[in-house]
Design a protein around this ligand. Structure first.
Ligand code: GAL
Length: 728
């Protein structure tokens, strides 16, 4: 009996020892109504979004270090399914998609990570992050209680979680990931579709929990988040947000630091006074986690941008600009605020605020415990400054501002008192680089060409391209009798083409006859113009162009693109001829794309023209040149001011779509930081190109002999292209 008792005791002792030793290496993340608790320590956390494929691995260490120096504790990123699984079961975790390396760099810098797996991400990313092949799984419906979709989502989510676990990247394994996210802003969709939405939420919650990551999960913008998921807030302001349970911390997963640029729109910016005000109000109202979306926005390389008409630059007016340079005064002003919040942290984590109202639009929040005290004094009036007396001391508060007193006595920061230096980065010509361009003009395709696909009627574009290219040729022939009255009276007939998007170049008998394009607000386009037709067969060649696939909205996978008709010809003897139902032929992509003209090998497959014969202002023209890397470390860009629309490649890597000919219109008037901010409130560059400069990552360059290839759809003057350095 005695022996058995002793063996049991020894066993228990060993178990306790083992258990405590394992808990000393394995960390834990929990939460309560106050904050996240990391290894037993409550934390007020400042986070920032950096999306790894929107920069290059060479840029990552510097971006992460600058984020750390700016006072961030956490880096937040989505996971980009379309980049990781470009075709079913073929995974890619290399280069810009080396997620593991990105997370390890975050860990090496001593920061935490928030991994938003989604896998739906929105994010102005093509198809919201979904690979386009997903749409073609039979019977699939996105983001609802649909078996094929759920199977695919589970497979990818598991793949990512397994990868993270195999690299010990969760905090529960000693890694940097303290939080994950499943889905993205599903609340509004669930509300709209009802029962299947609820069933889907239940399913993905259980699926995610079953993955046992050992760290909490969040669902953003989804009040229905079941326990233990934390529902979180996205927006420009979230001070009045309340999680759906009192035991969940109040978290701001997307505080938009600016907004994205659309081709055709101004470049949005958000004054730092207002951004800081939004953060301070959130923290004073018991918020304990704020993420800047974006802290570094970066670039939509290749054809990754979406939401339609989203520019290649995803600068976002973030504290780190597209090129990774510090944006002032934004970066420093926020860093100063983060210091103040850190000083206040002992009080913030040990007490709930008591609130008083010393006057209209004035509010005082005090966090006081036995050991610490911090106060926030706020003036919500957008028009006038105010003086607030707190603990017998007067504090002056500019309009629309919050002061932080980390010890309840000293104002160390006010959101509207910007002391940091400002200064805009400049684009300085890299005078050591010049280009000697060569051109190659593509012939227009016609319905009679051999390698086209003939079908009756008009077809949806993505069903044919599977998004392998922005371009789809719609080709048909129109027979004009010599008796047609218009041939004599010289009244050309009118061709009308209705398209679901996004742009059309119209060629008649091989000659360009016009171009139309939509916008972010209205992606549909109509071409309606008189066209020059001759007696006999006329070749109608319509190049339909997409500018990114949708990324948001109920069942965006059902969205149709391309020339769906009607297509009519008016002004003939018979009146109007409907071409919609006649035979059309199709060809996916441009010839230059199929020849891979963007690569060194491909480029040698055609004859290029140079010197005085260089093609200029001609549509469907490819240009190439070689250049040596400029000295130094300044980030580089192409100034494309004399070009129209197309795509640019450097050494075979696409730096994105260019469209400097799309001129910004919108609101570029005065912009006062005070008062409610909206995405349209503050804009720049109206009347100029929405995007003139295109980032050329240094990581893609060799010291000599770099190949640049430009596809120009519209017609441009390549001799005006220059390479510039971005300098502070
Ligand atoms: C949010 C979304 C983000 C991004 C943002 C706008 O609603 O969650 O992914 O699209 O809007 O930039």
């Amino acid at each position: 009996m005695w022996r058995i008792k002793n063996i049991v005791l020894v066993f228990i002792a060993l178990w306790v020892l083992l258990d405590s030793s394992s808990s000393s290496v394995s960390a834990s993340v929990t939460y309560d109504g106050k904050s996240l608790i990391i290894n037993g320590q409550r934390r007020i956390l400042i986070s920032g979004s950096i999306h790894y494929p929107r920069s290059t691995p060479e840029m990552w260490p510097d971006l992460i270090q600058k984020a750390k120096n700016g006072g961030l504790d956490v880096i937040q990123t989505y996971v980009f399914w379309s980049g990781h699984e470009p075709s079913p079961g073929k995974y890619n975790f290399e280069g810009r998609y080396d997620l593991v390396n990105f997370l390890k760099l975050i860990q090496q810098a001593g920061l935490y990570a928030h991994l938003r797996i989604g896998p739906y991400v929105c994010a102005e990313w093509n198809f919201g992050g979904f690979p386009v092949w997903l749409k073609y799984i039979p019977g699939i419906e996105f983001r609802t209680d649909n078996e094929p979709f759920k199977d695919a989502m589970q497979k990818f989510t598991e793949k990512i979680v397994q990868l993270m676990k195999s690299e010990n990247l969760f905090q529960s394994q000693g890694g940097p990931i303290i939080l994950s996210q499943i889905e993205n802003e599903y609340g509004p969709i669930e509300w709209e579709i009802g029962a299947p939405g609820k069933a889907y939420t239940k399913w993905f919650s259980q699926m995610a929990l079953g993955l046992n990551t050992g760290v909490p999960w969040v669902m953003c913008k989804q009040e229905t988040a079941p326990d233990p998921f934390i529902d979180t807030c996205n927006g420009f302001y979230c001070e009045n947000f309340k999680p759906n349970k009192a035991n969940k911390p109040k978290m701001f997963t997307e505080n938009w630091t600016g907004w994205y640029t659309a081709f055709g729109g101004p470049v949005p910016y958000r004054p730092v006074e207002d951004l800081a005000y939004s953060v301070a109000r959130f923290i004073q109202n018991n918020g304990s986690f704020v993420n800047y979306y974006m802290y570094h926005g970066g670039t939509n390389f290749g054809r990754t941008s979406a939401g339609m008409f989203i520019a290649t630059s995803y600068d976002y007016d973030a504290p780190l600009d597209e090129y990774g340079l510090i944006r002032e005064p934004k970066w420093s002003h926020l860093r100063n605020m983060h210091k103040a919040i850190k000083q206040a942290e002992p009080a913030l984590i040990s007490a709930y605020p008591t609130v008083s109202w010393p006057g209209k639009n004035l509010e005082v929040h005090v966090f006081q415990s036995k050991t610490a005290c911090a106060a926030f004094l706020a003036n919500y009036n957008p028009d006038t400054s105010a003086t607030v007396t707190f603990w017998n001391k007067p504090y002056s508060l500019p309009a629309w501002s919050v002061s932080i007193l980390p010890d309840c006595k000293t104002e160390v920061f006010n959101t509207a008192k910007v002391v940091s230096k400002s200064g805009e980065a400049k684009m300085v010509p890299a005078s050591d680089v010049s280009f000697s361009w060569q051109s190659y003009v593509e012939q227009t395709v016609s319905a009679d060409d051999g390698d086209t696909l003939a079908m009756k009627g008009l077809r949806e574009q993505i069903n044919l391209t599977r998004d392998s290219s922005d371009y789809l040729w719609y080709l048909t022939n129109v027979n004009i009798s010599p008796d047609e009255g218009f041939l004599k009276n010289k009244q050309n007939p009118q061709l009308t083409i209705m398209s679901a998007g996004h742009a059309i170049h119209v060629f008649i008998n091989g000659k360009v006859s016009g171009t139309v394009y939509g916008s972010l607000e209205n992606t549909r386009v109509t071409f309606s113009d008189s066209v020059n037709l001759v007696a006999g067969i006329n070749k109608i060649s319509l190049l339909s162009v997409t500018v990114g696939l949708p990324n948001v909205g109920l069942h965006f996978e059902r969205n149709n693109t391309g020339i769906l008709g009607p297509v009519t010809l008016k002004g003939l003897n018979e009146g109007t001829r409907d071409l919609t139902q006649q035979q059309w032929s199709y060809k996916v992509g441009l010839k230059g794309e199929s020849l891979s003209l963007d690569t060194v090998n491909g480029a040698s497959s055609v004859e290029w023209i140079e010197g005085s014969l260089l093609a200029q202002k001609q549509p469907l023209t490819w240009y190439k040149a070689t250049f040596d890397e400029p000295t130094g470390n300044d980030p580089l860009a192409f100034d494309m001011k004399t070009m129209g629309k197309g795509e640019i490649w450097v050494n075979g890597q696409s730096i994105g779509r260019h469209w400097p000919a799309n001129i910004a219109s919108g609101n570029c008037g005065d912009c006062n930081y005070a008062g409610i901010f909206t995405d349209h409130k503050c804009g720049r560059y109206c009347g100029e190109s929405s995007q003139r400069w295109y980032h050329v990552p240094r990581g893609w360059l060799k010291s000599t002999g770099n190949l640049v290839v430009v596809l120009e759809e519209w017609g441009g003057d390549p001799t005006g292209i220059s390479l510039v350095r971005r300098q502070l």
